[in-house]
Design a protein around this ligand. Structure first.
Ligand SMILES: NC(=O)c1ccc[n+]([C@@H]2O[C@H](COP(=O)([O-])OP(=O)(O)OC[C@H]3O[C@@H](n4cnc5c(N)ncnc54)[C@H](O)[C@@H]3O)[C@@H](O)[C@H]2O)c1
Length: 380
């Protein structure tokens, strides 16, 4: 790769949905110069949101030349090469298809439609039209997660004994928290918390080829109504907690894996964790200790070793190697992986979640719903 220069190619990006994640993406683009020796520049040129106050927020970014409430206007712009869509889940399929048919590439948000059929339709249309599409999932870009993935994919762990992956929030424990679209099936689909948090949990197992063959799900709703923000109460019909007990095949053996997605996990604020235990070695990482990797090796005695990884992302930045890594950093790393892969510069690095992985994740959530309905183990 060459050092970024004035002549580096520039990818022009449009955002549809400038809420929580749309603004995080803008922050990642705004600090693009912190990436060292990165071959492609990015420029945020257009933003679409139905809320005028959000469009106003984007007025402070000089490169944004188009601010519109109509996504079709953004898609008609000749100033946009790639579109990032971060809108409620019920809009994913129609908006993603609109992006693909407008001739642009797409970084889609999870869960990539509401069910396996809609995820499949998006994937197939992208393939038919030859568009470059990836799905947002940033935790694999943490240095600690990257090391766990490398250990697992290298075969160093021996025979896999068990896997646990989870993503935990606690904010929904508060029954006075007003409802929003993520708590209503009509906006986020029947999969509820699995659509909200699940791609993050499934991404590493799926990349390792560990797709569940069986699923037994325990789903919980808990608070079934919430303040509607207008003085009344609204129905909160989504699944809030999901514990999936699954098995996958590795080395000809069935391996147990739990996938845990919760919005009511006491004390947890965006805790993502993974633990993979093998007969020879094991690895464990949690965002509770964001620079710490835990590993063990088999010996006469066994013990967990703790390593401080510091700031060692896969795309080097100006940040010092001993500093701590945070959410905005891994989001920028994810975008760097998207842009690098799109331009043929990813090499052996970890790439963003693929449409096939999004479809596979939806198949797991669909099996979980069936398991909950039938109170039985479902085969995939
Ligand atoms: N990768 C992650 O870590 C992460 C974290 C949170 C959310 N998400 C995903 O990002 C997406 C958006 O979630 P969010 O938390 O940013 O939601 P949000 O509610 O904060 O933002 C959604 C935005 O979409 C806008 N919008 C709604 N309808 C629109 C339309 N027709 N045209 C244009 N804009 C429209 C809303 O006005 C709002 O500003 C979801 O798919 C969610 O699952 C991903």
């Amino acid at each position: 790769m060459s050092t970024t220069t004035a002549s580096s190619p520039t990818v022009r990006i449009g955002i549809i949905g400038g809420g929580l994640m749309g603004r995080e993406a803008a922050s990642a683009f705004g600090r693009w110069f912190t990436l060292e020796q990165f071959p492609v520049k990015v420029e945020l040129t257009a933003v679409c949101d139905v809320q005028p106050a959000i469009l106003e927020w984007f007025a402070q970014i000089p490169s944004v030349r188009l601010r519109t409430q109509k996504h079709t206007e953004l898609l008609a712009s000749k100033d946009v090469d790639v579109v990032y869509v971060a809108v409620p889940h019920n809009l994913h399929e129609s908006m993603y298809l609109d992006v693909l048919r407008s001739g642009k590439d797409l970084l889609a948000e999870k869960p990539f439609g509401l069910d396996p059929a809609s995820a499949g339709r998006i994937r197939d249309e992208a393939k038919r039209l030859g568009r470059f599409v990836r799905v947002s999932s940033e935790f694999p870009f943490l240095p600690g997660v990257s090391r766990v993935f490398q250990m697992a994919s290298s075969g160093a762990l021996g025979r896999i004994l068990q896997v646990r992956v989870g993503f935990l929030h606690s904010s929904d424990l508060d029954p006075t928290k007003p409802i929003n679209w993520k708590r209503m099936n009509k906006f986020c689909g029947e999969i509820g918390v699995m659509g909200d948090l699940g791609m993050h949990v499934a991404h590493i197992p799926l990349r390792l080829g560990w797709k569940p063959k069986t699923v037994y799900a325990q789903l919980q709703k808990i608070h079934t109504e919430r303040p509607d923000g207008k003085g009344g109460m609204a129905q909160c019909d989504t699944w809030n907690n999901a514990m999936l007990h699954t098995t996958f095949e590795a080395g000809g053996e069935s391996v147990p894996m739990t996938l845990e997605m919760k919005r009511m996990a006491p004390t947890e604020t965006n805790t993502w964790y993974i633990e993979i235990l093998g007969t020879d070695r094991g690895a464990r990482f949690s965002t509770k200790e964001p620079k710490t990797l835990w590993t063990y090796r088999r010996d006469k005695e066994q013990w967990w070793e703790k390593t401080d990884l510091g700031f060692t992302p896969q795309f080097k930045t100006i940040t010092g190697g001993i500093f701590e890594v945070g959410f905005p950093d891994i989001l920028q790393q994810m975008w760097a992986a998207y842009v690098a892969e799109r331009s043929g510069n990813l090499g052996a690095r970890f790439g963003c979640a693929t449409p096939d992985e999004a479809v596979a994740s939806q198949q797991i959530w669909s099996a979980a719903l069936e398991s909950q309905r039938t109170q039985s183990v479902v085969r995939l």
